[in-house]
Write a protein that binds this ligand. Structure first.
Ligand code: ADP
Length: 489
């Protein structure tokens, strides 16, 4: 039952930590509602699809099946949705389970780089189920906050009154990455529950395709993106992925709120994944983390050589090609060791294996997903590379800052919001502009030079980085203000 006087917010996301994660969206969808619940007068809850893996995690966290089920129609077929509830870390999460749609190994496709053919159906049903959930729970939110294309139909269905129980509920839609839009052929309109009349360029059609992201942008009362700079960038041709005109047309309701990090999970003073702990007052544990990481990766244990890290999905966006093209001279000169953790595009993976083959004692490519190693890389490295071509927000640079690992980033999106070059005198990392080899090599050379020859300056930058507050508590206040601007609560 809802408490009176409390602002109720339902988050709708296709992945949520700790249940399932393929990227930063999951971190946000797990941490933001949690941080909102810690604000005075807000109750946030979250729902996600009950993928096979997510249900397994939920069972270990005390999953409870609520009595009854939702019946959601899509294209003349009824889907029966079981509702599982988990309360974890004070956050109430609902898993919307439907074996024929979500009982699979992947979230969006059989492999990270492929899609399921019925994704239009899967995420139409998910959106409708999320909107049917409040009535089922007898918990009517003031705000439904939908995330990314997988929840893009939520604001559109809400606006069309698809669900009669939510006449006063307002919608917020967050774009985490405009490159992923959820585009489908026009006949999938019949799955969505939206009228054919909406299949026009001002609403859900984009160049003859049904576009779920556009549906969310157009219909939501407020649109946010995950950094201030990205909110500006996506209004331009270079970053808008064809939707720049749509975004510019809705700029009056657009704002950028830079993501935070979960400061409980990413805390070098208490991180259970680390062999030693440290903070800004005492960095000695970081040296232990470095030596242990070198040992774990089979690299020579050298305190003075810069250990450089990458943790990333291996896709073109992340600019790994610049790393591949740029690091050989620095490795050969003995100025750095490199560890890359990630998986994705087979061509990038093969190139990383070749790089490791060229420098077997200097480079470690760890293929796959490894949460614990990601923490140890953040803690044990000196420098962290994010040469992204575009980066809506990026989380790893903020983890790096907290762990005293200076980030080297391309000046774009959330990287530009959070990293300032040390050459300003007050910076916390290294930035470069044009995404080309010359600029990347120059900044890498500069960073390694500072590390080798100016350890005191390096230490000062580390301390500045570690003292910054990028926690969700700060960010949640901005979202709370946005919600309150839409309601009277
Ligand atoms: P994106 O959402 O584009 O993938 P972000 O930087 O916003 O990029 O978030 C990526 C998240 O996924 C971070 O928490 C990062 O540590 C994590 N991550 C990415 N690849 C791996 C991996 N191979 N192993 C462990 N964690 C990973």
């Amino acid at each position: 039952m809802a408490k009176s006087g409390e602002l109720r917010v339902l988050h709708v996301a296709s992945e949520v930590v700790p249940f399932v994660k393929t990227g930063g969206l999951a971190d946000v969808a797990g941490a933001l509602p949690k941080a909102l619940c810690q604000q005075r007068g807000i109750e946030a809850r979250v729902c996600l699809p009950g993928y096979r893996h997510a249900l397994r995690v939920a069972e270990n966290l005390g999953l409870r099946w609520l009595p009854g089920h939702l019946v959601i129609e899509a294209g003349g077929v009824d889907h029966h949705i079981g509702v599982g509830e988990v309360v974890h870390d004070g956050l109430c999460t609902y898993l919307l389970a439907c074996d024929e749609l979500f009982g699979r190994d992947g979230c969006y496709g059989p492999t990270p780089s492929s899609d399921y053919e019925d994704n239009a159906r899967r995420f139409s049903v998910f959106a409708k189920a999320a909107l049917a959930l409040p009535r089922f729970l007898q918990w009517i939110p003031h705000i439904i906050h939908a995330h990314d294309w997988q929840a893009g139909l939520v604001p559109a269905l809400l606006e069309r009154g698809w669900c009669h129980d939510l006449p006063a509920t307002r919608s917020v839609f967050t774009i985490h990455n405009i490159a992923y839009q959820g585009t489908f052929w026009h006949w999938d309109m019949k799955l969505t529950g939206l009228p054919w009349a909406m299949f026009n360029p001002l609403q859900v059609e984009h160049f003859s395709k049904l576009n779920f992201l556009k549906a969310g942008i157009v219909a939501a009362q407020r649109v946010t993106t995950v950094s201030r700079r990205y909110a500006e960038e996506i209004q331009t041709e270079d970053y808008g992925w064809g939707l720049e005109g749509v975004i510019a047309g809705h700029a009056h309701k657009l704002s950028g709120i830079t993501n935070g990090i979960d400061a409980d999970i990413w805390d070098p003073a208490h991180d259970p994944h680390l062999p030693a702990h440290f903070d800004a007052q005492d960095l000695s544990g970081k040296a232990v983390c470095k030596a242990e990481l070198q040992r774990e990766l089979g690299l020579p244990i050298e305190a003075k050589t810069a250990l450089v890290g990458v943790v990333s999905r291996l896709v073109e966006q992340k600019g790994i090609d610049l790393v591949l093209a740029g690091v050989d001279p620095y490795i050969l000169a003995g100025r750095m060791q490199l560890v890359v953790l990630g998986a994705g595009d087979p061509a990038i993976e093969a190139a990383l294996r070749r790089l490791q083959g060229r420098h077997p004692t200097r480079v470690c490519f760890w293929h796959g997903y490894n949460e614990g190693l990601a923490h140890r890389i953040e803690a044990g490295c000196d420098l962290f590379l994010m040469p992204s071509r575009f980066e809506p927000c990026g989380l790893n640079q903020m983890y790096s800052l907290r762990y005293g690992t200076l980030p080297l980033v391309r000046y774009t999106g959330g990287l530009a919001d959070t990293v300032t070059d040390v050459c300003s005198g007050e910076g916390n990392g290294f930035t470069f502009g044009p995404a080309d080899l010359g600029h990347f090599s120059a900044v890498l050379d500069r960073a390694l030079g500072l590390y080798q020859h100016f350890p005191e300056d390096w230490r000062r930058a580390q301390l500045r980085a570690m003292k910054e507050d990028h926690s969700w508590q700060v960010v949640a206040r901005s979202y709370a203000a946005l919600y309150r601007s839409l309601t009277w609560v």
